[in-house]
Write a protein that binds this ligand. Structure first.
Ligand code: ADP
Ligand code: MG
Length: 230
């Protein structure tokens, strides 16, 4: 039994759909262990983002269990879930939603500020992370002065700022060309192995699966091992 990392057991999630319900996740089970990268592929509308939303405790499933670093999401109050998201879960969405007015290093420092951590330590950690994602020389630039790939690197560094146990990443390369996308995914794999996060990454690009420790596919809300066809 994994106590760190992420475990989804028999999770079903539905959305209201007129008079009926649309089943976005159908009895999904997933174990993501610390220090491993799980890649999830699947057609558009198959439930990939819904899966991440449940893992991030942003959506509450109709049934099933979500364990994050040993915490049962359903047993927590809304406030405790919000705290768990800040302290234990790193989230990277498709579009790097950086604040236009802040420099790269400040984007990261904000994360520590929310939890009232030491500003001096936060700045040192932020600079270290920017170095690790390869944009140390852009620390004092603002988002409009960065390329798409550099913005996504800052976005990933920010998600790691509070040393999360679980890292959830939704289509990180969809705004990038193939070469830059491949570099980002290889960076994600490297950071996952080095920092020990249980990482779940949704991708539309099967070439990214070479970096994954586990390859999964969602079809019509059902998750399974990916049958490789090449
Ligand atoms: P993917 O990320 O694989 O494209 P999603 O998880 O976004 O798929 O969506 C799965 C299904 O759930 C789709 O049919 C989508 O239209 C529907 N859906 C997603 N979010 C909502 C929502 N907030 N309310 C209603 N239906 C939704
Ligand atoms: Mg999606």
């Amino acid at each position: 039994m994994t106590t760190h990392g992420l475990v989804l057991s028999d999770v079903t999630l539905t959305y209201p759909d007129g008079d009926a319900r649309l089943t976005a996740l159908d009895r999904v089970s997933l174990t993501a262990s610390p220090g491993t990268l799980s890649a999830v592929v699947g057609p558009s509308g198959s439930g990939k983002s819904s899966l991440l939303a449940v893992a991030a405790t942003l959506s509450t499933p109709d049934r099933g269990r979500v364990l994050i670093a040993g915490h049962d999401a359903a047993a927590l109050s809304a406030a405790a879930r919000a705290r768990l998201r800040r302290t234990t879960i790193g989230i990277v969405f498709q579009q790097p939603n950086l604040l236009a007015s802040l420099t790269c290093v400040e984007q990261l420092q904000v994360m520590a500020h929310i939890d009232r951590r030491s500003p001096v330590k936060a700045r040192a950690r932020a600079l270290d992370l920017l170095e690790r994602v390869g944009v140390a020389d852009r620390a004092d630039r603002r988002p409009h002065q960065l390329s798409g790939g550099q913005r996504q690197r800052v976005n990933i560094a920010r998600a790691l700022m509070n040393e999360p146990s679980v890292l959830l990443i939704d289509e990180p390369t969809s705004a990038l060309d193939h070469e830059r996308g491949a570099a980002i995914v290889s960076l994600i794999a490297e950071l996952t192995h080095a920092s020990g996060t249980a990482t779940v990454m949704v991708t539309h690009d099967h070439s990214h699966l070479v970096h994954a420790d586990q390859a999964l596919e969602v079809v019509d809300g059902r998750l399974g091992a990916l049958t490789v066809t090449q």
